[in-house]
Design a protein around this ligand. Structure first.
Ligand code: NAD
Ligand code: LMR
Length: 333
């Protein structure tokens, strides 16, 4: 039996967590031979609800669940963790854009960046889910001077999975028969779900698609799917978000399937002309616990224009939180 890995989850009494914890404990994230220690973090006022979740976890008698610890502060909760899943944030309500949450959540992610820096395992892998996820990840990363920026990611896997799901539905094939879809940019309505490199059954699919469907139906639908779910449910997506967290962490740790890639928001190194230093969703391949941007994908003019639009939004978000990005840390990176 392997040694257990430590996984911290903030916002652990919330809706996404309610779908996520039980799947992690069942082995869906790191496999059926990997025991897990869950370090669950909540605001003090949500601790009673968190105790309830811990009781339910115990009542499942999961063989892989080594220990569950409950914390009302990030500093104790991040102690020695190998993975950190940052869900805890204020979710947006009807009519709000994700960036309306910037200032409400920026303080949270500055503190959590510092706490990860000071208390987590030096190789910790972090995924930020709480919105606006890309800029929250940037804030956390820049507040963690002793960790590499490459250890901080934000989640665009839900958008990636939405892209696959909608294409599967449109073409009548199974999502597992689809490869090489990509999501670029911000986890927001400016994101670019890109089908130009997509394959079904190993063959390019783009030439057979109606461009009008791609541009006027498919792209806006993926971009606004979060809002569509909120309008229908009265609250933001939870089970599909939890499923995407599982996919994101599993692929990062265990690798992407051969011949395919996934999408992750990572600190830009300037690839594809994207401004360096913003957290931007790129197509990536993962091997040996690391990710690499897929290079040399042919980008037509329309695609490059979409990349610029979403890049501009991220630069605007970054400017709005500049005061929370420590200058010395920027130089150190
Ligand atoms: P929720 O309101 O049900 O749960 C959030 C939990 O976080 C609450 O229990 C709250 O007490 C807790 N919390 C708030 N601040 C905290 C802090 N500083 N430390 C610890 N816990 C804290 O929300 P949810 O539906 O679980 O969604 C969580 C976040 O994920 C939201 O920001 C939502 O917009 C975002 N989201 C992102 C994606 C994505 O694809 N990136 C998808 C869905 C939802
Ligand atoms: C989503 O994409 O479902 C989440 O980011 C929630 C939201 O605010 O749209």
């Amino acid at each position: 039996m392997k040694r257990p890995v430590r996984i911290a989850i903030t916002g652990a009494a919330g809706s996404i967590s309610n779908s996520l914890l039980f799947r992690i404990a069942a082995g869906d994230m790191f496999g059926p031979d990997q025991p897990v220690i869950l370090q669950l973090i909540e605001r003090p006022e949500a601790m009673p609800a968190l105790h309830g979740m811990a009781m339910e976890l115990e009542d499942c008698a999961f063989p892989l669940l080594h220990t569950v610890r409950l914390h009302d502060n990030a500093e104790a909760g991040f102690k020695n963790v190998h993975y950190a899943i940052l869900l805890g944030a204020r979710p947006r309500g009807p009519g709000m854009e994700r960036k309306d949450l910037l200032s409400a959540n920026a303080e949270i992610f500055s503190r959590q960046g510092r706490a990860l820096n000071d208390h987590a395992n030096h190789d910790v892998k972090v995924v930020v889910v709480g919105n606006p996820a890309n800029t929250n990840a940037l804030i956390a990363s820049r507040n963690a001077p002793d960790l590499s920026p490459s250890q901080f990611t934000a989640m665009s896997r839900l958008d990636h999975n939405r892209t696959k799901g909608m294409l599967a539905n449109h073409t009548g094939c199974n999502p597992t028969d689809i490869r090489r879809v990509a999501v670029w940019g911000n986890h927001s309505a400016t994101q670019y779900p890109d089908l130009r490199h997509a394959e079904t059954f190993g063959m390019p699919v783009f030439p057979s698609l109606d461009l009008n469907w791609v541009e006027n139906d498919f792209i806006p639908r993926v971009q606004k799917r979060g809002a569509e779910v909120i309008a229908a449910r009265g609250q933001s997506s939870a089970a599909s978000a939890a499923n995407a967290v599982i996919d994101h962490m599993r692929d990062w740790a265990l690798g992407t399937p051969p011949g395919d890639f996934t999408s992750m928001c990572i600190v830009s190194d300037g690839s594809y002309g994207v401004a360096k230093g913003i957290v931007f969703s790129f197509p990536v391949c993962c091997r040996y616990g690391r990710y690499q941007i897929v290079q040399n994908l042919a980008m037509d003019e329309a695609s490059l224009k979409r990349l610029k639009t979403t890049e501009a939004e991220l630069l605007e978000e970054k400017a709005a939180v500049d005061h929370l990005l420590p200058k010395e840390t920027e130089e150190a990176h």
